[in-house]
Write a new protein. Structure first.
Lengths: 258, 326
């Protein structure tokens, strides 16, 4: 067990290192969501005056959850892309020939995705603080937000890994890129679901990403609450459970195909 | 106990494609075994099964005493693998990759670092160990791949076409290292398309064709089976009136193009060269060129299958003898 944990750590460290060594991996995780946050906050700041918009300290505070979610989802896509590149390159064969359990290969990648998700949360919190946002949940709230960032990336990372394992092609995983935006737009990540038109409102209501958004946003705009935290954890359980099942299926398919 | 023991090994892919069709072989401890065959013959599929990367669909294979299908984890602990395309992460340094490999094989951190340090030096990459692998040449990548396969001191080493695409000096460096490893007791199972590689390195050779074992034995014994060396004789123009009669005294003669080339099988082996030269001289026949051609593993393959091995279609191993006169 200890050897497996060391292997997961070593594989995770490799993925993190590679992300920071290759700007093409890191760029999408930080640059796109940051630009989106800037444009959205600057252009739609008046939204907080709309009737039905929750009372918040500022629109940036409200949008931080969207930035963190977006970056976490993109970290998941980049993790899946890295796994697919390993398959294309033949590096996965090297790992399969080593005396480690097969799931360790995926878990190593997900461990890195977890760290990158937390890093993204820290990045957006830093931007928020720099531009006057406050976290009502205090230090504990900051810790919750960072953990949620990591867990969100990991949960979606399972789905991205499944696609990577099944397809074995990086371009297929990168094809998820536009989907990330679609999933976010039909959730309450950017705007409260109550202010959306149908059918988006109904979709957002059932979209588990809305639950995760509540878990991240709650500590920032309202302070720590059990209901937001449980919503967030429920959303993560749904997405993570789906990711777990799909990646286990993807791994089996990959092992059969190799 | 044999290091590798294979009985009736089969692999059928989706669509009914049978890549390996009932191979039997045994490789002794400390042996270098070369698995030779053209592209698509089933070499890589066999290696992938023996290294637990692919499940056999029939037959049985034991590596280091463990069944590749039922005891895959135990097999992986005993083997080192360098696959066809040196699959290395271009963003990592050589030293980082070595340390990662050590961790994957469960070596303690300090031990892994010590082994990584020693192995990068051993494969001649000490000067480049902190450079990203993406900047390495093909030969450097192969040497690193070989070093990584050795990090846990495996009992059996699998090398899948380790020198394909390498220049002669890089190829020679890999051969030296393989010999050195074998001298230290490591069993080596090597696949190759290069006849010379098998000839130079292997204690025994197995030739595979269309998923089946065509023939197996020591290189010398296999070559002896296909016959004696022959001499390619090229005479100067117009000097060939009675050449065939002179050469026929030494063995079977096959006339070649334009009446100036002849091929004579030397019934007395290479020792007949000097008498042939003397006889031609005494008959007043001027020789333009003379080449001694020994049977090769390609001739063995040709004799068994009626085809040449891909990429090695020259007629034989030409000895360092080239006489020109006139």
């Amino acid at each position: 067990m200890r050897a497996e944990l060391r292997a997961i750590g070593a594989l995770g460290l490799r993925s993190i290192r590679n992300t920071f060594r290759y700007p093409r991996y890191l760029g999408p995780i930080l640059v796109f969501p940051t630009l989106f946050l800037a444009v959205n906050t600057g252009g739609a700041g008046g939204a907080i005056d709309l009737p039905g918009f929750p009372e918040v300290h500022g629109f940036l505070d409200f949008q931080l959850a969207a930035g963190i979610l977006q970056a976490s989802l993109l970290a998941a896509v980049m993790g899946g892309t890295g796994l697919a590149l390993d398959i294309e390159l033949g590096f996965t064969d090297r790992l399969l020939a080593a005396p480690i359990r097969r799931p360790t290969i995926v878990l190593g990648r997900l461990a890195a995705t977890f760290v990158l998700g937390m890093f993204a949360a820290v990045w957006f919190l830093a931007i928020g603080f720099a531009f006057g946002a406050i976290v009502k949940g205090g230090v504990l709230g900051v810790i919750f937000v960072i953990l949620f960032g990591g867990l969100t990336a990991t949960a979606f990372g399972g789905i991205a890994s499944a696609i990577a394992l099944k397809s074995g092609t990086a371009s297929v995983v990168q094809g998820m890129f536009p989907l990330v935006f679609v999933i976010l737009f039909v959730s309450s990540a950017f705007f409260p679901a109550e202010l959306m038109q149908e059918p988006s409102q109904t979709i957002a209501h059932y979209n588990p990403v809305s639950l995760v958004a509540a878990g991240i946003r709650g500590p920032v705009v309202f302070g720590l609450s059990a209901s937001d935290t449980l919503d967030g954890l429920l959303g993560l359980a749904i997405i993570g459970g789906l990711g777990f099942v799909l990646s286990a299926w993807g791994l089996r398919a990959r092992l059969r195909a190799s | 106990m044999a290091a590798i023991e294979v009985q009736g090994l089969e692999r059928e892919f989706k669509g009914g494609v049978k890549a390996v069709q009932g191979i039997d072989l045994a490789v002794g401890e400390g042996e270098i075994y070369a698995f030779l065959g053209p592209n698509g013959a089933g070499k890589t599929t066999t290696v992938r099964m023996l290294t637990t990367l692919l499940r056999p669909t029939g037959g049985r294979a034991l590596v280091a005493g463990h069944d590749v299908a039922k005891e895959a984890a135990a097999v992986r602990r005993q083997i080192g693998v360098a696959l066809q395309e040196a699959a290395l992460d271009p963003l990592m340094s050589g030293h980082e990759l070595m340390r990662l490999q050590a961790t994957l094989h469960g070596l303690p951190r300090a031990e892994g670092r010590r082994r990584a340090d020693a192995l990068v030096e051993r494969v001649g990459l000490g000067y480049a160990k902190d450079r990203r692998v993406g900047t390495y040449s093909g030969g450097m990548r192969r040497r690193l791949d070989l070093g990584m396969a050795l990090v846990h001191e495996p009992r059996v080493l699998f090398l899948d076409e380790p020198t394909t695409g390498l220049d002669p000096s890089s190829r020679a460096a890999i051969w030296d290292e393989v010999r050195r490893l074998n001298d230290e007791g490591t069993t080596v199972f090597l696949t190759t398309q290069y006849l010379e590689e098998a000839d130079q390195l292997a204690d025994r050779v197995g030739i595979i064709d269309d998923g089946r074992m065509a023939i197996e034995g020591t290189p010398a014994a296999l070559k002896a089976q296909v016959g004696q060396p022959h001499l390619d004789v090229c005479l100067t123009d117009g000097a060939n009136d009675h050449a065939e009669g002179v050469l026929a005294r030494f063995g079977e003669v096959r006339p070649g193009i334009e009446g100036v080339h002849f091929q004579v099988t030397l019934a007395g082996g290479a020792g007949d060269i000097a008498p042939v030269v003397r006889a031609l001289d005494e008959a007043g026949l001027a020789v333009a060129q003379l080449n001694l051609v020994n049977p090769t593993l390609d001739d063995v393959f040709l004799a068994e299958t009626g085809r040449h091995l891909e990429g090695d279609q020259d007629t034989g191993e030409v000895a360092a003898l080239s006489v020109e006169s006139g």
